[in-house]
Design a protein around this ligand. Sequence first.
Ligand code: HEC
Length: 180
Amino acid sequence: MADLELNKLFAAPLVAGVVFMGAGILGEVVVHPHRLERAAIQLGEGVVAAAAPAAAVVAVLESISPLLVAANVDTGRQLAQRNCSSCHSFNEGGRNGVGPALYGIVGRNHAQVAGFAYSNANRALAEKPWDYDALNAFIATPARSMPGTKMNFAGIANTQQRADVVAYLRSLAATPVALP
Ligand code: HEC
Protein backbone atom coordinates (compact mmCIF):
# COMPACT_ATOMS: atom_id res chain seq x y z
CA MET A 1 0.00 0.00 0.00
CA ALA A 2 2.78 2.36 0.94
CA ASP A 3 4.53 1.41 -2.31
CA LEU A 4 1.52 2.33 -4.34
CA GLU A 5 1.30 5.72 -2.64
CA LEU A 6 4.96 6.32 -3.51
CA ASN A 7 4.37 5.40 -7.17
CA LYS A 8 1.51 7.86 -7.35
CA LEU A 9 3.78 10.52 -5.95
CA PHE A 10 6.34 9.96 -8.74
CA ALA A 11 3.73 9.48 -11.42
CA ALA A 12 1.88 12.71 -10.72
CA PRO A 13 4.49 15.17 -12.04
CA LEU A 14 5.22 12.86 -15.00
CA VAL A 15 1.61 12.78 -15.99
CA ALA A 16 1.35 16.50 -15.49
CA GLY A 17 4.36 17.00 -17.81
CA VAL A 18 2.92 14.81 -20.53
CA VAL A 19 -0.43 16.57 -20.33
CA PHE A 20 1.27 19.95 -20.45
CA MET A 21 3.30 19.04 -23.58
CA GLY A 22 0.27 17.48 -25.21
CA ALA A 23 -1.75 20.63 -24.61
CA GLY A 24 0.97 22.68 -26.23
CA ILE A 25 1.07 20.55 -29.38
CA LEU A 26 -2.71 20.42 -29.53
CA GLY A 27 -2.81 24.20 -29.15
CA GLU A 28 -0.48 24.68 -32.16
CA VAL A 29 -2.55 22.34 -34.28
CA VAL A 30 -5.91 23.85 -33.36
CA VAL A 31 -4.99 27.56 -33.37
CA HIS A 32 -2.45 27.67 -36.29
CA PRO A 33 -0.53 30.72 -35.19
CA HIS A 34 0.65 32.87 -38.09
CA ARG A 35 3.69 35.04 -37.97
CA LEU A 36 2.87 38.71 -38.59
CA GLU A 37 4.31 39.89 -41.88
CA ARG A 38 4.86 43.40 -40.59
CA ALA A 39 5.35 44.62 -37.06
CA ALA A 40 1.95 45.48 -35.64
CA ILE A 41 3.35 48.71 -34.24
CA GLN A 42 5.26 50.81 -36.73
CA LEU A 43 8.03 52.95 -35.33
CA GLY A 44 8.00 56.60 -36.33
CA GLU A 45 10.19 57.53 -39.29
CA GLY A 46 12.63 59.34 -37.09
CA VAL A 47 13.20 56.25 -35.00
CA VAL A 48 13.79 54.11 -38.08
CA ALA A 49 16.20 56.67 -39.56
CA ALA A 50 18.14 56.81 -36.33
CA ALA A 51 18.44 53.02 -36.26
CA ALA A 52 19.50 52.74 -39.92
CA PRO A 53 23.08 53.62 -40.87
CA ALA A 54 21.73 56.79 -42.48
CA ALA A 55 24.18 59.01 -40.63
CA ALA A 56 27.02 57.56 -42.67
CA VAL A 57 25.21 58.22 -45.97
CA VAL A 58 23.76 61.66 -45.34
CA ALA A 59 26.84 63.68 -44.55
CA VAL A 60 26.18 66.87 -42.65
CA LEU A 61 26.56 69.89 -44.90
CA GLU A 62 29.04 72.39 -43.53
CA SER A 63 28.00 76.03 -43.88
CA ILE A 64 30.21 78.33 -45.94
CA SER A 65 28.97 81.43 -44.10
CA PRO A 66 31.83 81.65 -41.56
CA LEU A 67 34.36 81.25 -44.39
CA LEU A 68 33.00 83.84 -46.82
CA VAL A 69 34.64 86.94 -45.32
CA ALA A 70 38.10 85.47 -45.73
CA ALA A 71 37.33 83.44 -48.87
CA ASN A 72 39.65 83.82 -51.84
CA VAL A 73 37.86 85.24 -54.89
CA ASP A 74 40.83 84.46 -57.15
CA THR A 75 40.94 80.81 -56.12
CA GLY A 76 37.17 80.78 -56.60
CA ARG A 77 37.55 82.05 -60.16
CA GLN A 78 40.06 79.30 -60.94
CA LEU A 79 37.83 76.65 -59.41
CA ALA A 80 34.86 77.97 -61.37
CA GLN A 81 36.88 77.94 -64.60
CA ARG A 82 37.84 74.36 -63.99
CA ASN A 83 34.52 73.02 -62.65
CA CYS A 84 31.74 75.16 -64.07
CA SER A 85 32.80 77.04 -67.21
CA SER A 86 32.15 74.10 -69.53
CA CYS A 87 28.46 74.80 -68.92
CA HIS A 88 28.21 78.35 -67.53
CA SER A 89 29.32 81.83 -68.56
CA PHE A 90 30.25 84.33 -65.85
CA ASN A 91 30.68 87.65 -67.69
CA GLU A 92 28.07 90.40 -67.73
CA GLY A 93 25.68 89.76 -70.61
CA GLY A 94 27.16 86.27 -70.99
CA ARG A 95 25.39 83.59 -72.97
CA ASN A 96 23.55 80.57 -71.77
CA GLY A 97 25.33 77.30 -72.45
CA VAL A 98 24.44 73.87 -71.18
CA GLY A 99 23.67 75.83 -68.00
CA PRO A 100 22.26 79.37 -67.59
CA ALA A 101 24.46 82.50 -67.47
CA LEU A 102 25.59 83.06 -63.90
CA TYR A 103 26.50 86.77 -63.80
CA GLY A 104 24.59 88.30 -60.85
CA ILE A 105 23.38 84.92 -59.56
CA VAL A 106 23.93 85.63 -55.82
CA GLY A 107 20.70 87.00 -54.37
CA ARG A 108 18.76 86.53 -57.62
CA ASN A 109 15.76 84.24 -57.56
CA HIS A 110 15.97 80.72 -58.93
CA ALA A 111 15.42 80.08 -62.65
CA GLN A 112 15.30 83.72 -63.83
CA VAL A 113 17.56 83.76 -66.89
CA ALA A 114 15.46 84.40 -70.00
CA GLY A 115 15.66 81.84 -72.77
CA PHE A 116 17.02 79.04 -70.61
CA ALA A 117 15.02 75.82 -70.33
CA TYR A 118 15.23 75.18 -66.61
CA SER A 119 14.10 71.96 -64.95
CA ASN A 120 10.72 71.91 -63.23
CA ALA A 121 12.58 71.33 -59.97
CA ASN A 122 14.40 74.65 -60.29
CA ARG A 123 11.38 76.52 -61.69
CA ALA A 124 9.35 75.40 -58.68
CA LEU A 125 11.74 77.51 -56.55
CA ALA A 126 11.38 80.67 -58.67
CA GLU A 127 10.05 82.62 -55.67
CA LYS A 128 13.18 81.89 -53.66
CA PRO A 129 16.53 83.66 -53.89
CA TRP A 130 19.87 82.00 -54.41
CA ASP A 131 21.16 82.98 -51.00
CA TYR A 132 24.41 81.70 -49.54
CA ASP A 133 22.83 78.63 -47.94
CA ALA A 134 21.02 77.62 -51.12
CA LEU A 135 24.17 78.04 -53.23
CA ASN A 136 26.25 76.13 -50.69
CA ALA A 137 23.88 73.16 -50.70
CA PHE A 138 23.41 73.15 -54.48
CA ILE A 139 27.11 73.34 -55.31
CA ALA A 140 27.93 70.67 -52.72
CA THR A 141 25.54 68.06 -54.13
CA PRO A 142 23.26 69.40 -56.89
CA ALA A 143 21.21 66.23 -57.36
CA ARG A 144 20.60 65.71 -53.67
CA SER A 145 19.82 69.31 -52.76
CA MET A 146 17.51 69.73 -55.79
CA PRO A 147 16.13 66.35 -56.85
CA GLY A 148 15.29 66.53 -60.55
CA THR A 149 17.79 69.26 -61.41
CA LYS A 150 19.25 69.33 -64.91
CA MET A 151 22.66 70.29 -63.59
CA ASN A 152 24.69 67.18 -64.26
CA PHE A 153 27.57 67.91 -61.92
CA ALA A 154 28.74 65.79 -58.99
CA GLY A 155 29.42 68.73 -56.68
CA ILE A 156 32.32 70.20 -54.70
CA ALA A 157 32.80 68.35 -51.42
CA ASN A 158 35.40 70.71 -49.97
CA THR A 159 33.79 73.49 -47.90
CA GLN A 160 36.63 75.96 -48.36
CA GLN A 161 36.47 75.49 -52.12
CA ARG A 162 32.70 76.07 -52.12
CA ALA A 163 33.23 79.25 -50.10
CA ASP A 164 35.83 80.45 -52.62
CA VAL A 165 33.53 79.67 -55.58
CA VAL A 166 30.57 81.45 -53.97
CA ALA A 167 32.77 84.43 -53.07
CA TYR A 168 33.70 84.58 -56.76
CA LEU A 169 30.04 84.32 -57.81
CA ARG A 170 29.25 87.16 -55.38
CA SER A 171 31.86 89.34 -57.06
CA LEU A 172 30.00 89.00 -60.39
CA ALA A 173 27.74 91.99 -59.80
CA ALA A 174 27.86 95.77 -60.00
CA THR A 175 26.98 95.85 -56.30
CA PRO A 176 27.75 92.53 -54.60
CA VAL A 177 25.20 91.28 -52.08
CA ALA A 178 26.15 91.82 -48.42
CA LEU A 179 28.15 89.04 -46.76
CA PRO A 180 26.26 86.93 -44.20
C1 HEC B 1 27.52 69.73 -66.90
C2 HEC B 1 27.08 71.11 -66.94
C3 HEC B 1 27.16 71.91 -65.67
C4 HEC B 1 28.24 72.09 -64.83
C5 HEC B 1 29.62 71.48 -64.92
C6 HEC B 1 27.80 73.05 -63.83
N1 HEC B 1 26.50 73.40 -64.04
FE1 HEC B 1 25.41 74.70 -62.93
N2 HEC B 1 23.77 74.32 -64.07
C7 HEC B 1 23.73 73.47 -65.15
C8 HEC B 1 22.37 73.34 -65.60
C9 HEC B 1 21.89 72.48 -66.77
C10 HEC B 1 21.60 74.16 -64.76
C11 HEC B 1 20.08 74.31 -64.77
C12 HEC B 1 19.57 73.48 -63.60
C13 HEC B 1 18.08 73.27 -63.54
O1 HEC B 1 17.30 74.02 -64.15
O2 HEC B 1 17.70 72.32 -62.84
C14 HEC B 1 22.51 74.77 -63.82
C15 HEC B 1 22.12 75.67 -62.83
C16 HEC B 1 22.99 76.30 -61.96
C17 HEC B 1 22.59 77.30 -61.00
C18 HEC B 1 21.18 77.86 -60.83
C19 HEC B 1 20.98 78.97 -61.85
C20 HEC B 1 19.60 79.62 -61.85
O3 HEC B 1 19.45 80.59 -62.61
O4 HEC B 1 18.71 79.18 -61.13
C21 HEC B 1 23.72 77.65 -60.30
C22 HEC B 1 23.82 78.65 -59.19
C23 HEC B 1 24.80 76.87 -60.86
N3 HEC B 1 24.32 76.06 -61.85
C24 HEC B 1 26.11 76.94 -60.42
C25 HEC B 1 27.13 76.12 -60.89
C26 HEC B 1 28.47 76.16 -60.37
C27 HEC B 1 28.98 77.13 -59.34
C28 HEC B 1 29.16 75.17 -61.00
C29 HEC B 1 30.58 74.75 -60.79
C30 HEC B 1 30.98 74.49 -59.44
C31 HEC B 1 28.26 74.55 -61.95
N4 HEC B 1 27.03 75.15 -61.84
C32 HEC B 1 28.58 73.50 -62.80
C33 HEC B 1 24.81 72.81 -65.72
C34 HEC B 1 26.07 72.74 -65.16
